[in-house]
Each structure stands twice: as C-alpha cells, then as structure tokens.
Write a protein that binds this ligand. Structure first.
Ligand code: NAD
Length: 519
C-alpha cells in the first residue's frame, strides 16, 4: 500500500537512542544467531534472514537461519542436559532461577533496547512492561520451583500407601511469536525449566535478539549448558522439525490459530503433550452504568498497547445504547492525542507495526471495511519509511463482518452498540476466539453475570490488559488450551505419577482370586 497520511513520522532515529547501553545486534551476534549447548553459533541452513527495524525500514542485522540439523543439535543438547537438570533438587533449580532473575534485572536496559529495536515498540513499554514483567516471571518461578507438590499421600485401599509424584516431561520444544519476544521466551522457558525440563525454543524469525540474550543470561546465571537452547529458523522447516522431533516430549506453541492447527496435527502424530496459546479478538463490554471516562481511557489503552499487536488487546467495544455516542466521540478524541513516532523517543506512545507486510495486512482489513462501516478516525498510514499505521476507530460495522470477526493485530478498534445486557454478552461471545475480555460497570450483579457468562480465559472488570506472574494466562475456544504463568503452568510442564506400595507383605493377595484360584 502507499502512505496516504499527512502526518509525517520521522525516519531519523531519536537522539535518545544514543544511550551508552545501546544495543548493536551485528556486534552482539557476530558469532551467529543459534544458541546451542551454552553458546552462540551460526545456523547451517542455506538461507539468511534480514532483521529490519520497523521504525525506519533499515536492515539492522542479517543472520543464517537454523537448519533441521541445527534443531537436531539443539534437541540432542537438551536431551543430554535433562537427567542432570531433572535430578537437581528443587532448591538448586530455585537458586539458579533467582540468579537468572538477578542477571535479567542487571541487564534490563540492554533487553529493553533490543526489544524496542527489533519490534518497534516504544522504549517506555519495553522498559516498564516487557522487561520488568519478565524479571518478575523469573523471580516467581524461582519460588514456585520449590512448591512442585503432588497430592497428599494416604492408605486409600487400606492395604497400600499411595502418593503422587509430579515429574518433568523431558525435552520441551517451544515456538513463539514476534509480538512480545522476551515475555514469550519467559512464559515458555521459566515454568518448563523450573519443573526440571530442558527446552529448545524457536522464536519468530523477525525477532531473534531478546531470546538469544535471554539464553545468554541463563548461562551467565549458572544454568547448565543445554538446559535452554534457541534455534532461530523458519516455521515451515525448523519449526515443523522441532514439533515432529521424536526426542521432543512436549510442544508448547504461541502464535496464530491457523499455524496452531498445523502444529497440533504434527504433534498429535507423535503423541506429544501439547500446549497451544493462539489468537484472540477480545471484547470490551460497556454497560450503561459504567464510568464513561474510565471506559474511554481503558479502550484506547487496551486497543493500542503494543500497536494493537497483543493477543488480549481490546478489539471489539460493545457499548450499551445510552453511552454509545459519547463513547465513540471520547475514544476518537483520545486516539487523536496519541503520539505516533520513533520508539526510541521518550515522548512516543505508539510505534510502528512489526513489518511493512503486516502494516499492509492491517490496512487491507480497514480498506475492505470501508464499504459497509464508518472509519471514525485513523484508517491510514502516516508518511514514513517505517511501518506505521494511525490509531483507528471503526463504527457501524455488522457483527458478522470480517472486521468484527477476524484478528487484525493492529491499532484498530471496532465499536458496536447493544441494548439488553444479554445481547451485550451474546455479541461478546460471538467469535471463534476466547482469550480475554473485559466488562465495564459499577453494578456488582452485572459484573458477576459478565464474569460468569463471557467465554474467555480472562475477564477483567473495569480494566483491560494487566497480567500477573501469579495468575494464569490462556484461552478458551479457538484461542487454544493450556495456561502460561502461575502455578497452573506446572500442570502443563509436569506429568503425574501414581506410586503405590503394598503394605501387607503377603505373597498371596486377596485380589489374585479374580485371576486364578478360589478364596
Ligand atoms: P504465527 O502463527 O505466524 O507464528 C508463530 C510462530 O510459529 C513463529 O515462530 C513462526 O516462525 C512459527 N511457525 C510458522 N509456521 C509454522 C509451522 N508450519 N510449524 C511450526 N512453526 C511455525 O504468529 P505470529 O504472526 O508470529 O504472532 C501473532 C499471533 O500470535 C497472533 O495470532 C496472536 O494472537 C498470537 N499470540 C497469542 C498469544 C497467547 O498467549 N494466546 C500471545 C501472543 C501472540
């Protein structure tokens, strides 16, 4: 698409980027962009991948993608590390993760710069959300590692003692998307290794840097070589090879629902444990007693976080008729104040989308909606060499239209009116997805009904977006299954073993008569 807007967004990297902690990917990853067996090495496929700064369109690093042989080497390293790591005491794993959290904290600025550079996300978002969230995750799983409890033991038959062991599964193969590369690495790696598994993580090709830094930090913290390996390769070859690998016991995937279905097919053929965190299309339901100012602010923040490239972003606002016009006007006015610009400029609120191809995809959704819906604000790309798209509000779209039903993954909010409370909740549930949702009301009964009736893995009341290390994140319906973060993620990364001891020391047990002999 062509840039149609009139608001220029500067191509020049803001002066603030000249921070002494600045991150230089060509130097950092001169040795290669695969992290296998405790060190960086070059990929051995026959393809290079150019990482482009989405804010400027400039190439910032080119690396050799992983081959299937690189995946084999990473899996072999993880497999070799498994007995030692699984055999470490919970206290030893916990200590290592505490050190890991400390190293991540010490290197926070480097992580923030790397994340902003590769994703185009405002530095204030990387500094205040992505990086501290990941440090907190590491600290949480350091503590959780010592609380891997099975159920209580007991003499359930009268003649035996039973107890439950919660054990690691083996080598986990994880695949992550580009929207929050550091947090996705943290969500995938930390519960897995806290539980005693070893892991091979494949980040998205577009955004390899912070996953590689994460693995380096793990080594610096004393986590043994091979426990955490990174292969940066293409989905179709390195990704599918990892999912189908016979020595990988579990696949943990975060990404689109379309790719998740393909991953599920391959994983199922080899009977792997499967964890799927997929797409979202979060509803934002505003009842007529809501605090309008809070709802307007919540909608703009919830829709535009990470330039809308957030699986839980507010994408469909359903507003009860009495507040509808004021909500539309309030959101449009507030969106117009959002400062679109260089991610490294401290004044920037909204950075570019991840790539020009993705920007064009987002623009395509909006352009196709123009015939049957009203673009209240935005709906265009500003003049810029970067992959920018303006905050966009769309009204008057039909519930069954593409713009309401499909995941756009950009700074686009659709707003629709509703009349009865039941209709609001019914419309909120009317997409294939069910990752997250919010309801806005001052009425405790309405809030309670909304939390009960909305089909999503997370329902916020009078807020939208916050996440916590202690609380589970994961979907309903086509948004997948399995939970990230929280003690619940241990369910995903452990297997349960029933151990049963005979207490009678009798050779001829009473139950044998059901197989031979008489009482
Ligand atoms: P994507 O599905 O295109 O890619 C995700 C990952 O899968 C990448 O690493 C990619 O290389 C890999 N991949 C692609 N094809 C593959 C294949 N055939 N086999 C194995 N791996 C393959 O998603 P994306 O565009 O990177 O990320 C955006 C999507 O991620 C959105 O749908 C978003 O909602 C979703 N997401 C979900 C969550 C969640 O927690 N539910 C979190 C973040 C992002």
């Amino acid at each position: 698409m062509s840039d149609t807007g009139t608001n220029d967004v500067g191509a020049e990297r803001a002066k603030s980027a000249a921070d002494p902690a600045g991150f230089a990917p060509r130097e950092r990853f001169a040795a290669g962009a695969q992290y296998i067996d405790g060190g960086l090495r070059a990929g051995t496929s026959d393809r290079d991948h150019a990482v482009v700064d989405p804010a400027t369109g400039e190439e910032i690093h080119t690396y050799r993608l992983a081959s299937t042989a690189d995946v084999d080497a990473a899996v072999a390293s993880a497999r070799a590390a498994f007995p030692g790591w699984a055999g470490a005491t919970p206290g030893e794993r916990s200590d290592a993760l505490h050190r890991f959290a400390a190293v991540l904290g010490d290197r926070a600025e480097e992580f923030a710069q790397a994340e902003s550079l590769q994703c185009g996300k405002p530095l204030k978002l990387s500094r205040e959300f992505d990086v501290p969230g990941s440090v907190d995750n590491a600290a949480f799983f350091a503590g959780a590692a010592r609380h891997l409890a099975g159920q209580s033991a007991g003499e359930y038959s009268g003649d035996h003692t039973s107890y439950v062991r919660r054990e690691p599964i083996g080598v986990v193969g994880s695949i992550a998307p580009w929207n929050y590369p550091l947090q996705m690495a943290a969500w995938k790696v930390l519960p897995a290794v806290a539980a005693g598994n070893t892991i091979v993580l494949k980040p998205a090709e577009l955004t390899p840097f912070t996953s590689l830094l994460f693995a380096e930090a793990a080594t610096e913290a004393g986590i043994p070589d091979g426990v955490l390996n990174i292969v940066t390769g293409a989905g179709r070859d390195a990704g599918e090879h990892l999912v189908g690998h016979p020595d990988v016991a579990m696949t943990s995937f975060t990404g689109s629902t379309a790719v998740g279905k393909r991953v599920a097919e391959i994983a199922t053929a080899t009977v792997k444990r499967l964890h799927l965190e997929l797409g979202g299309k979060a509803p934002f339901v505003v009842f007529d007693d809501a605090d309008l100012e809070a709802a307007v602010h919540g909608a703009v923040a919830g829709a535009l976080i990470n330039t809308g490239q957030d699986c839980t972003a507010a994408t469909r606002a359903y507003v009860q008729r009495p507040l509808y016009d004021a909500f539309v006007a309030g959101v449009a006015d507030l969106m117009a104040t959002v400062r679109v610009g260089d991610p490294f400029d401290p004044d920037t609120d909204l950075g570019p989308l991840i790539s020009h191809a993705h920007r064009d995809r987002v623009a395509g959704f909006v352009d196709r909606a123009r015939g049957h819906a009203r673009v209240v604000t935005g709906g265009e790309a500003p003049k810029s060499p970067g992959a920018y798209y303006l905050p966009t509000l769309i009204a008057d779209a039909a519930q069954d239209s593409e713009i309401v039903q499909s995941e756009i993954f950009g700074p686009v909010l659709v707003v629709l009116p509703f009349d009865s409370d039941d209709e609001g909740v019914r419309l909120a549930n009317d997409t294939p997805y069910g990752l997250a949702a919010s309801a806005w009301t001052r009425d405790v009964f309405r809030a309670n009904r909304a939390t009960r009736d909305i089909q999503a893995g997370c329902v916020w009341i009078n807020d939208h977006i916050p996440i916590l290390s202690e609380m589970p994140h994961g979907g309903y319906k086509a948004s997948g299954y399995g939970k990230d973060m929280s003690a619940y993620s241990f369910e995903e990364y452990t297997q349960i073993k029933h151990v049963m001891y005979d207490n009678t020391a009798v050779a001829k047990k009473d139950w044998h008569r059901t197989v031979f002999g008489d009482r």
